[in-house]
Design a protein around this ligand. Sequence first.
Ligand code: ARG
Length: 470
Amino acid sequence: MSPSGGKLPDKPWAGRFSQRTHPAAEAFTSSLAFDRRLWPYDLEGSAAWARALRRAELIGQDELAALLEGLEAVRAELASGAFPFRQELEDIHMNIERRLVELAGPVGGKLHTGRSRNDQIALDERLYLRDILRRVDDGIAEVQRALLGRAEEQLDCWMPGYTHLQRAQPILLAHHLLAYVFMLARDRERFLECLARVNVMPLGSAALAGTAFPIDREALARDLGFAAPSPNSMDAVADRDFILEFLAHAAILGMHLSRLSADLTLWATAEFGFVEFSDAFATGSSIMPQKKNPDVAELMRGKTGRLYGNLQAALVTMKGLPLTYNSDMQEDKEPLFDTVDTLEAILQVAPPMVGTLTFKVERMREVAGAQYATATDLADYLVRKGVPFRDAHEIVGKTVRYGLGQGKELAELSLDEFRQMSPLIDEDVYAAITVEASLRARAAIGGTAPEAVRRQLEEARELIARGSRA
Ligand code: ARG
């Protein structure tokens, strides 16, 4: 045994055991295959813990120096790929600790004083998520910028707006694109609110009851750049709500980008003909030579399913666990990492995909007013002449029915025909039911009038420039 200077047992906790772990059990319980990505955070936390031990005078200055030097040597191995990972050491924490002892000598055995893997893993995950949340915020901002850039270019492009996927009222393409910019702004807000709850320091909670040594947890929190130490050690090691929150926000963000993908794939059909994807963001068919498929957008939509699944998996894992730490919680990592990888992949591909779209402006403008898209404006015209809206709605409904029977669009009806529907209709009706008039009328805040959309552009620009992280 190591205290007598002999060979190290193959596991740090081996003292109590008289039999070796079954190889199947060893493989089954190991998290090393996936938690190794936490190594930079594990090292950061360990160095801070060593400094805290020093402040508590549990180790000497030379011991601190030896530990920090040893941790740097471990870092060098991990960074270069030379680190000898050992599955029998279960997880990244024990791998690093054991290697530290090998490289720094017996002083390495002092690092785990007053600490547990339970507060260590909670710390590593919080440090990791803090980084990820900042990256995700930057990534969403890039998608916003791409959408905003296209909206700025397309202030003159009319198009049909839809409800129930039926043509509803004319809108500006910029208005439609900006809708997503505002959705993404709320996603950024959600992630940043989550950051405030992630940014709480669990180290010093030890296994569950708190560390038995005089650790200054406030100094430790400052050292690691956290806002404060966690107030309750059991809470700190038992809960993973900060991960669930991240997964939930990621699922909602995925939903938004999935709907953008759904819009774009629909618009790219011959039937709509509103948009063409760049060749760089489409793929071909192995059998049909003419095909150009919007795979990137489709997969942005498809991968959202994994984001939902990961949230569900993590929620179910946590449900019903008695306090405090349970090994079930080791299962939090793969859903978390998969969501992070999926989000990062989506956020990489979305901005250039949006940036390289070709909008078929002619076609969009051409169909913007078709199929009675300005019928509401005819009703509004009657309202301005004093007709109660419900009656106006009825009159216009009948006018549409009549027009459909005649095979005529609204503007193709003669004044006589209009007058049969309502004697209040005059020659000025034709100006009131153009697409321009329909758009211009919707000038209230948030509407599709060019001036209202310009205001939205301003607001969106400011939101992005301010950065929700300011
Ligand atoms: N690998 C573990 C996890 O990922 C670290 C904490 C383990 N603690 C324990 N007492 N087994 O959750």
